[in-house]
Every structure is written in structure tokens, then in C-alpha cells.
Ligand binder design. Structure first.
Ligand code: DX5
Ligand code: ZN
Length: 235
């Protein structure tokens, strides 16, 4: 059974106080910090780069899950690994089998994990389905990349359930990460379909008590997991 992991997305906090965002994640007992890197090309926003990741690495030992929403991940992967990323998640829309294999070799040579992200409308490509055993995680996005604070797109749920089933059938232990609009009220939707890494931006940082909300997300996820365990995966 994949462990539940809570990954606050610091993009949703005051960008002038990223240290504070990481401290909140630590105080709430988060498993990892989700770092959204956007280049203004792949998605319509510009966030931060390896320098920021490096600065945050100095203040935290939490797992850094760096979500590269950029057109050319191959050009920057090394820099984000050197900066202290533990998981590099790259988008399937800008990759093919060859580029993926090159990135995989690089990331594994550093002892780090590679994740593969899918926009809401993107199916799992055939080349990726043949390489599931090389993935640290598959990230199913439930909003279009760019901004925190959007509403979860529930039409993605059948894809999420299908990917979780596929991994189970193949005996692949990769995490199933869900990114976009996750909040305590909809955690059951994603956990009942096999999601185990819950990214939450506004769901944590726009809450009145972000630290307590991280714990609440985990409690909700554990309860949803128990309920799903009795009824099997939802579709
Ligand atoms: C969207 C990012 C998400 C986002 C999550 O481009 O990949 O990680 O910051 O924020 P919420 O949870 O507010 O949708
Ligand atoms: Zn993200």
C-alpha cells in the first residue's frame, strides 16, 4: 500500500516569505514540500528557479518535490538536482521516450527520483506505460498548470483511477500524486481512486490555520483510505 504523503505547495503562500511557507509545512508534519517551477512558456506564469530551491534547501531537510512546468526540462534538470531537489517531476507533454530515458539516467545517477506529470487532458502516453517501473511517481494534474487556487477538475477522476489500477496490476510501487485544487473537502475523491501524494496549495496556505490543515488533510486521507479499503477503488 502506498503511504499517504502530504505535500504543501508553497506557491500559494506569500512569495516574499517562502521560508515561512516551508516552516509551516514542517510544523504541520508534511512529508514533502512541493516546488512549482513555471517558465512562462509551458504555462502562463513565472515562478522561481534553482537559486530559490537552493536557498530553501539550506533551511529544511524535508523532501523537495520539484514540479517542472517548463518547456525544456532537459536543459535545467541538472541545475535543480544540484540545488537540492529530491524528486524531479517533468511533464509528459514536452517529452518523448528518448528524452525521458536521458532524464531518467541523469536523475538516477544522482540517486534521486523522477516523476512524470500529466495535464488534465493528457492521457498516459504509450512510451510512459512501458516505463512505469522507472518512475518515482505519476502526477495526475487536476487543474491546468499555472496558478494555485483553482478548483479541482473532477472529470479527471476516471483517469486517476485507471492509472492507479494499471500500477497495481503491473505491481509498480510508484506514487500516485494529485496536484490541483486539493482541499480537505475533496481528499476522499482522490484517495478513493488511489491517489497517495496530495499536493495542496491554497487548500493549506489560504486556510485560517495552515498547520492544522496539513494535519487535517492527512486525517481525511487516512479515513478515506480506510473506507476505500472496504469497498475497493472507486472509478
Ligand atoms: C499549478 C501547480 C500546483 C498548484 C497547486 O500550476 O502545479 O501545484 O500550485 O495549488 P492549489 O492546490 O491551490 O491548486
Ligand atoms: Zn505543482
Amino acid at each position: 500500500m502506498r503511504p499517504i504523503r502530504i505535500a504543501p505547495s508553497i506557491l500559494a503562500w506569500d512569495l516574499g516569505d517562502l521560508r515561512g511557507a516551508v516552516e509551516i509545512a514542517e510544523q504541520g508534519g508534511a512529508d514533502q514540500v512541493h516546488l512549482d517551477v513555471i517558465d512562462g512558456h509551458f504555462a502562463p506564469n513565472i515562478t522561481f528557479g534553482p537559486g530559490t530551491v537552493k536557498a530553501l534547501r539550506r533551511i529544511s531537510d524535508l523532501t523537495f518535490d520539484t514540479h517542472l512546468m517548463i518547456d525544456d526540462p532537459s536543459a535545467y534538470a541538472q541545475k535543480f538536482l544540484d540545488a537540492g531537489s529530491d524528486i524531479l517531476t517533468v511533464h509528459s507533454e514536452v517529452l518523448d521516450a528518448k528524452r525521458f530515458d536521458e532524464l531518467h539516467s541523469l536523475v538516477r545517477s544522482k540517486g534521486k527520483a523522477l516523476g512524470l506529470a500529466l495535464k488534465p487532458a493528457t492521457p498516459l502516453p504509450a512510451w510512459a506505460a512501458e516505463r512505469l517501473d522507472r518512475l518515482g511517481c505519476i502526477m495526475v494534474m487536476t487543474v491546468n498548470p499555472g496558478f494555485s487556487g483553482q478548483t479541482m477538475d473532477l472529470s479527471v477522476m476516471p483517469k486517476l483511477a485507471g492509472i492507479s489500477r494499471l500500477l497495481d496490476e503491473k505491481g509498480v510501487s510508484a506514487d500516485v500524486e494529485v496536484d490541483g485544487g486539493v482541499e480537505p473537502e475533496n481528499v476522499h475523491e482522490v484517495v478513493s481512486r488511489g491517489g497517495n501524494v496530495l499536493v495542496a496549495g491554497a487548500g493549506v496556505y489560504a486556510a485560517k490555520d495552515p498547520v492544522a490543515t496539513i494535519r487535517r488533510l492527512r486525517d481525511k486521507a487516512v479515513h478515506a483510505r480506510e473506507a476505500a479499503g472496504q469497498g475497493g477503488l472507486a472509478s
